[in-house]
Design a protein around this ligand. Structure first.
Ligand SMILES: Nc1ncnc2c1ncn2[C@@H]1O[C@H](COP(=O)(O)OP(=O)(O)OP(=O)(O)O)[C@@H](O)[C@H]1O
Ligand SMILES: [Mg+2]
Length: 253
């Protein structure tokens, strides 16, 4: 059975797209059949993060009812499967022919995990995208404005009956709020903490997930740990060390 997991936030810019593509990449590397859907129809970013922003068929075509959702799927050079949305201003005004939940139903049984990169805020598009999910992961940065807005996102999810699986603290460092503070305010478990890491910015310039371009970085380690946790497994650093050794061995072959 396919799992539909939405990545949400109250405030914009906290790292939803970064989280979605990196979790998608790690789960793919762990052998899962994954697709990342850019469910942000107004200001989509998945294609921009991966350097593929002008694809011929996008989620917008499926929303208009012109194509089956599977026709809008592409495999990125890094191995991650994505369903991008169109970045054109005209397409951003698309009137939905079908709800996102209905469109997502067409992916049922076709993949193991569908990760939806959902836009920030509490609007109708967000509600529709949330309804397409079995579980939501809320991304926050460790500051009061982000956490306060996340609380509203959680309340909206509760109102429409979609489970919030947990919270990811992103861009962690020298912070205003501790993980304990955030857990107390949001009353949801913290399932992962990703440090502020300049390598994430570099990966955006390279147009690759950081776990692909900088697999040994602190952020990458956090994403691997998080993905393993989602699969109910423990991420062991020995796995990472083995892969480094594996790569070294290849160089000497
Ligand atoms: N752990 C991190 N360390 C450093 N920079 C990060 C980290 N996570 C994300 N960023 C940077 O923060 C910026 C916003 O990230 P991203 O686009 O993923 O946020 P978003 O929540 O999807 O934004 P939006 O609400 O606009 O869709 C990007 O420049 C990204 O590279
Ligand atoms: Mg985004």
């Amino acid at each position: 059975m396919s799992k539909f997991v939405g990545i949400v936030s109250g405030k914009g810019g906290v790292g939803k797209t970064t989280t979605t593509i990196n979790l998608g990449m790690v789960l793919t590397n762990f052998g899962k059949d994954v697709v990342v859907v850019d469910a942000n129809l107004k200001t989509p970013n998945v294609g921009l993060h991966l350097g593929v922003s002008k694809m011929p068929i996008t989620l917008h075509d499926a929303v208009r009812g012109n194509v089956h959702i599977t026709e809008a799927a592409y495999k990125h050079i890094c191995g991650l499967r994505i369903i991008p949305a169109s970045i054109s201003f005209e397409d951003s005004k698309t009137k939905s022919h079908k709800s996102l939940s209905d469109i997502m139903l067409d992916l049922h049984g076709k993949v193991d995990v569908v990760l939806l990169d959902i836009s920030a805020g509490l609007n109708e598009e967000v509600t529709d995208a949330m309804k397409a999910c079995d579980n939501l992961i809320v991304v926050v940065t460790p500051d009061m404005p982000s956490v306060t807005d996340a609380l509203k996102t959680i309340k909206l999810a509760e109102e429409i009956g979609v489970n919030v699986f947990g919270v990811i603290i992103n861009k962690a460092g020298d912070d205003e709020l501790t993980a304990q503070n955030i857990e107390t305010i949001l009353e949801k478990p913290i399932i992962g903490t990703v440090p502020y890491d300049e390598n994430v910015k570099k990966s955006l310039r390279f147009k690759f997930p950081v776990v692909y371009s900088h697999p040994e970085s602190a952020a990458s380690f956090a994403y691997k740990k998080l993905a393993a946790k989602l699969l109910g497994e423990e991420y062991r650093e020995t796995l990472q060390k083995e892969s480094v050794l594996g790569r070294l061995m290849k160089k000497f072959k």
